[in-house]
Design a protein around this ligand. Sequence first.
Ligand code: HEC
Length: 292
Amino acid sequence: MYMIDTNVLMNAVLCAVLVVGALVVGATGIGAWSGARGRAMSYLYMFSAMFVTFTAIVAVMGFRGAKSDARPWHFFLDMKYQAKYTSQGASKFFADGRSNRPALEGTIPFDGTDYAADAGAHAAPNPDFLKADKRYYTGVANPTAKEQVDGVDVPAKPKWENGALTGEGYYVNRIPPLAVERAGGWEALFKRGQTQFNRNCAVCHGTSGRGGAGELAYGIVGAYGLSVPPSNLLLPNVQAQPDGQLYHSITNGVRNMPAYGHQVKDPLDRWAIVAYLRELQFAYGNEVLDKK
Ligand code: HEC
C-alpha cells in the first residue's frame, strides 16, 4: 500500500499499527451498525478517529522522497502544463505544419546583417552562410599549428626561405583571393583600406601608421597620453607578420589594443586595412620582404 525507505522494522511496526487500526475501525463499524452504545463505544469512536488521522498523516508524509516511474499527481499545476510549442514541434494551426515560423519578408536582425542573404532564402549558394570560408573570416590557416616559446604555446610562425614565404604557420600568409575579388580588384581594395584605416586606426597609429605617444605621437590619442604607446606599424617586426596575423589583430585586438572586429564589421574592410598597411610599409621605404 505504501513505500517508505526506512528499515524493515519500522515497516513492520507500521503494518502492525495499521492492522490494529483497521480492526478498531471495523469493530466500531460493526458496533455502530448494531446500535451499540455506552462507554466502550465512545472509546472505539475515539480510537477510530485517532487512527484515521494517523493514516491520513502517514499517507501524506510517508511518501515524501519516495521514487516512482508513475505520472505524478498534480494538485497545483503552476506552469507545468502550458499551451506552447516545443522546439521542432509540429503545428496544427499553420498549413505547412511548422511551429517555428520563418522570419517575415524584410525582417532586419538587431545587428543589421542581411537576413535574407544569410540563413534565409537565397537563390545561389552563399559563401557567407555559416562563415564557411574560415581563412577569409578568421585569418587562421592552421588552428593546430603551435610552437613553444618559453614553455608557452604560441601560434606557429610562417616558413621563410630565401626571402620568400614558403609555408603557412598558424595564420594565413596572404590576403585571401576572395577579398580581392569582392573588392573588385587590388586597386579598389587599397582604396577601401585607406578609408577604413584613416577612419578606425589613424586616431592612434596616425595616418602614416607610425603610432607613438607623447611628443613623438603621430596619432591624436597617443599625443594625449595612452598608458601603452600605439605600435609603429612600419617596423620590420610588424612587416614580417603574415597578413592573417594583422587581420587577426584588427579583429580580436592584440595585447593592450582592443578588438576592432565589432567596429570594422565587414571582413572585407579588415582585409582592405591589411592591404593598405602593406602599402604604407612599402611607401615608407621598407625593403620588400616577400620576394616572390
Ligand atoms: C585606441 C587606440 C588604437 C586604435 C584605434 C588602434 N590601435 Fe592598434 N595598437 C594600439 C596600441 C596601444 C598597440 C600596442 C599594444 C601593446 O603593445 O600592448 C597597438 C598595436 C597594434 C598592432 C600590433 C603591432 C605589433 O607591435 O605587433 C597592430 C598590427 C595594430 N595595432 C593595428 C591596428 C589597426 C589595423 C587598427 C585599425 C583597425 C588599430 N590598430 C587601431 C592602439 C590602437
